[in-house]
Design a binder for this molecule. Structure first.
Ligand code: SF4
Length: 449
């Protein structure tokens, strides 16, 4: 039995890609290892979003090189592969800086991993693939090698044509591409048969989804969701990440119409200042976002929102930052991700002359996080005393405890529920903890929904 270890960095799409790489290598006899030291192949599935991402990868590669040399000294072998967005961005440079790396493979080429492994075994050299043949990739992926569990990600769209001036995704993931409806539906049906109850549809611009359907026409994301909601066994659907510009009316009304679509929407706005939004090339204004939120809440009044924010974008003034705070106070978020702007090499904003000093960014981030943190606390406290449907996902730390997710994606800890993993039950929320909820089964002995 050969062993595979994949270290995944970054977003949910990388989590999905890592699972698919595991599926690809299973027929070749690779089982999962828990650590690099025990593996015959180590894959670093990298992310380019965070600051100094490439440097972190090189430092991890230095550690792997030592393990590989130890293995070779003992007469064994180990293959090191770098996948994901750093692989796409750095390409050949990775092999030049760290010759212990055998394979560099971009996010659109990882279906070629088995062939590349065979090639380096045969030719004893390095292999590099950083093309963008997205169509090939999804066509070439095998069925899932193992159940994913009660919740699973499914990539439905990849790439981005928006070119926000701070973002590397259009360069690392390529142009927007939507998978055909039938291919996605088949994957969701297989996952449902393996016990998955909740699917999160993934895309860099998921609501830009325009997938070919078998009738020859094109499906929007709302139509895709409607189709998947009818798959037996699938009880919950989510999608992420959305761009405000692609939040179409049919998708908004789908939130009111499709019960299985969870009442929680991640809708990044990044800034509340029109000046900054324009400099970011977000292609919408703050008021457009406000109007969208109003429409979404009119379609489903119990929906909760989350968002992404960047503070200290080049040229951001105190007034611009105040506009962000004002928008946050007006909209009210159940959760949010907020970051200090940091330059990504090769993006237009990185070359902007008016970079903001780090101390100012830190100050603004602290002020923003105070408001967002208070909103999250208030939202979680408003759940106390409510009965919510919870999908139990995994064991908790305590004996007989299980952890599930509320419709709003909050982790919920429940005692005496270990046997209910994979099921949805009504849970009475007893307390809001800092990052989760605590509850008890509303009706002990009740069946699954
Ligand atoms: S829409 Fe999202 S993925 Fe595309 S460039 Fe902007 S931030 Fe990046």
């Amino acid at each position: 039995m050969k062993r595979l270890f994949i270290k995944t960095y970054g977003c949910q799409m990388n989590v999905y890609d890592s699972a698919r790489m595991t599926d690809l290598l299973a027929p070749l006899g690779y089982a999962s290892a828990d650590r690099a030291e025990d593996a015959d192949i180590v894959v670093l599935n990298t992310c380019h979003i965070r600051e100094k991402a490439a440097e972190k990868v090189y430092s991890e590669l230095g550690r792997l090189k030592a393990i590989k040399h130890e293995r070779q000294n003992a007469g064994g072998e180990m293959t090191i592969a770098v996948a994901g967005c750093v692989a796409q961005a750095e390409g050949q440079e990775i092999i030049e800086r760290q010759p212990a790396v055998d394979i560099v493979i971009g996010p659109q080429s990882y279906h070629r991993l088995p062939e590349m492994i065979a090639r380096i075994a045969r030719d004893k050299g390095h292999a590099l693939e950083t093309d963008f043949p997205a169509v090939d990739k999804f066509d070439s992926l095998p069925d899932e090698a193992a159940p994913r569990g009660p919740t699973a990600f499914v990539t439905v769209q990849e790439g981005c044509d928006k070119f926000c001036t701070f973002c590397v995704v259009p360069y690392t993931r390529g142009p927007e591409y939507s998978r055909p409806v039938a291919q996605i539906e088949a994957e969701v049906r297989r996952l449902a048969a393996l016990g998955t109850r909740e699917i999160t549809l993934l895309g860099q611009n998921v609501n830009a989804y325009r997938g070919r359907c078998s009738e020859g026409s094109t499906f929007s994301l709302a139509q895709l969701i409607e189709r998947l909601a009818s798959v037996p066994g699938i009880e919950r659907l989510r999608y992420t990440t959305s761009h405000p510009r692609d939040m179409s009316d049919d998708l908004i009304t789908a939130h009111g119409r499709i019960e299985k679509l969870m009442p929680y929407l991640h809708l990044p706005v990044q800034s509340g200042s029109d000046r900054v939004l324009e400099a970011m090339n977000r292609q919408h204004r703050a008021d457009d976002y406000r109007r969208l939120v109003e429409k979404i809440r009119n379609a489903r009044n119990d929906i909760a929102l989350s968002s992404d924010f960047i503070v200290g974008f080049p040229g951001e003034t105190e007034q611009d930052f105040e506009a962000t705070l004002a928008l946050v106070r007006e909209v009210g978020y159940a959760q949010a991700f907020s970051f200090k702007y940091s330059a990504r090499p090769g993006t237009p904003a990185a070359a902007h002359a008016k970079q903001i000093p780090d101390a100012v960014k830190s100050e603004r981030l602290a002020a923003l996080q105070e408001v967002l943190g208070a909103q999250q606390d208030a939202f979680n406290r408003s759940c106390e005393g409510q009965t919510m449907e919870v999908l139990f996902e995994k064991p908790g730390r305590r004996k007989d405890q299980a952890i599930g997710r509320s419709p709003y994606l909050q982790p919920v800890h429940v005692e005496r529920s270990l046997t209910r993993i994979g099921e949805i039950h009504d849970v009475l929320i007893e307390a809001a903890l800092p990052n989760s909820l605590k509850g008890r089964l509303a009706r002990e002995g009740a069946g699954t929904h």
